[in-house]
Structure formats: C-alpha cells, structure tokens
Design a protein around this ligand. Sequence first.
Ligand code: 3HC
Length: 309
Amino acid sequence: MDKYQAAFDAIIEKDDRVEPRDWMPDDYRNNLIRQISQHAHSEVIGMQPEGNWLLRAPSLRSKQVLLAKIQDEGGHGLYLYSVAETLGVSREEMIDQLHEGKAKYSSIFNYPALNWADIGAIGWLVDGAAIVNQVSLQRTSYGPYSRGMIRICKEESFHQRQGYEIMLHMAKGTPEQKEMAQDALNRFWFPSLMMFGPHDADSAHSSKAMQWKIKRESNDTLRQKFIDKTVPQAEFLGLTVPDPNCKWNEETGHYDHSPFDWDEFWAVVNGNGPCNKERLDHHKKAHNDNAWVREAAVAYAKKTESTLV
Ligand code: 3HC
C-alpha cells in the first residue's frame, strides 16, 4: 500500500477529518460528490412545496416563520454546494446533472403539500427525519461536510419545532383542524421514513460509506431512531401513526413497524412520483429566468477585481 493510502487510512482510523488538500481515494471523493450534491439539491428543491404556501399562510407570524425556514433551506443548499465544490466539482456540473436526471434529490419532495397541515407535517416529520440523519452526519469523516452539518443542525431544530407547533395548534383545534392534521400525518408518515434510504441490505453505498466513516450509522438504524422518537410525539398530539403494526416492543426496546412499500419508493426515486416533473420543471425555469442575476454578480465581481489589482 503506498504512503498516500496509508496516510488516508490513518486519518479514518483515528476518527480525524479528511480535508480538501489531503490525498483521498477517487471512490471516496466520488461517493462524497454524489451524496453531498444530492443533499444540496434536496435542500433547494425542498423549498418548493413550502414556498407554495407562503402567500396562503394563515397569519403574518406564520408567514414570517415559514419565510425564515425557507430562507434557511436555501442557505443549507448553498453551504452544501460549496462543500461539494471543495472536492473538485463545479456548481454548473452539479446543476446540469440535476437537470439531466443524472442526480437525485430526496424522494420526499415529490409529494404535494395540499394544505396548511401539510406544512406542519413537513416541518415536524421531514425536518425531524433530516435532523436524525444530519446529527449523525456531523461526525462524517470529510471535514467541510462535518462542519457544514454542525451549522445546519442548529437551524434544522428550529424547522422541526415550527412544524410541530403548527401540528399542535391544529391537533388541539377544531375537529376539522384535527382531521386535517391526521390526514397530513397519514400521507407523510411512510414517505418520511423513506428519506433514510433502502434497507441496509439493499443499500448500494452503505458498506463502503460506513468503512470510510462517511456514514456513521446505517439507514435502518437512523430510521428506527426517528420512529422511536416521533411516535410519542404523535401520541402527544392525539394523532395516530398510520401503521397498525406500529407498537412498542418491550423485548427490542423499539417500535415495530409494517414492511415498507419499496415499489413506491423506487417509483418515486426513479422519477414517477406525484410531483417529480413539476419540481424539476420549476427548478429549470427558475434557473433559466434568473441567469441574469448570476451574470450580473459575475460581471460585478470581475469589475471590482480589476479595480483591486
Ligand atoms: N430519495 C432519493 N434517492 C434516494 C433516497 C431518497 N430518500 N434514499 C436513497 N436514495 C438513492 C441514493 O442516492 C442512491 O442512489 P445513487 O447511487 O444514484 O446516488 C440509491 O438510492 C441507493 O441508496 P443508498 O442507501 O445506497 O445511498 P446512500 O448511501 O447515499 O444513502 C442517504 C442515502 C441516507 C439519503 C444518504 O445519501 C444521506 O445521508 N444523504 C445526506 C442527507 C440527505 O441527502 N438528506 C435528504 C434530505 S435533505 C432535507 O431533508 C433538508 C431538510 O432541511 C428538509
């Protein structure tokens, strides 16, 4: 084994962080570019379902809170694109891969937000699942990704709380509001569990990702953590998790659950979910309509640069 591989292995072994200037195996680099760019795409595409409800928020306060959350998500996307760029991929390449269907984003954002209770369910469940996943990723072996996660997790907990506050308000509100909250939970429960990816045994990347300490806990471990944390929250709301087999198992110390519908998962991941086309068309239109902003920013940067030399 050459000295570069040995130095890389020593960093991983010691639980240190791999930095952009360190030598790293191509497979490690490419796995990170794949995961981090898709993470960034998810943050940005995830702004769409919530953005559709900004003008229909039920109060000025709820509009302000939702606007702050959406702005955070855009910022998370920018941090993560910048992290991916430290690995040698350009922003343009990543956006092209998204537009050409070569890069994915989280399946959850291909489900529609039909009413205000869905905005609550998205904050509570989607950001709640993201927190479980991202808290674990704070210990990922790639330095810039780990530091980005630490920053993002601080903001993510506000996102989860704003969603849970909406659910609490509706679940404790009129019978119609409680019914809307239950319906939102029914529609978002299983898609939120899918955010953690396929079962470990079916995961194409997990074994290497765990070996390189990109992933510190497996898809199934994190999914179970989220279930165990969230079911009591649903009970506090007086809502019922839409899974008759979701029962506390004294023996395992976890909640049991029904088998997942992986056909639906892969259909949505492979472009056949309720909103896949709408989400990608919207992203392409926004990217093209706002090309002038990027061009103006680049021209201004060049102009100021020339005056500095
Ligand atoms: N949606 C879309 N694709 C998914 C997916 C999902 N929910 N789960 C897995 N996949 C894809 C993987 O990308 C991979 O496809 P690829 O080879 O084309 O990239 C394939 O399915 C096999 O899955 P693996 O488990 O082998 O893939 P990973 O090892 O990458 O694990 C993951 C999947 C757990 C999502 C991991 O990529 C990860 O932890 N990513 C970082 C976190 C992230 O991206 N979260 C998405 C939501 S971000 C968010 O919610 C923002 C919040 O503010 C709302």
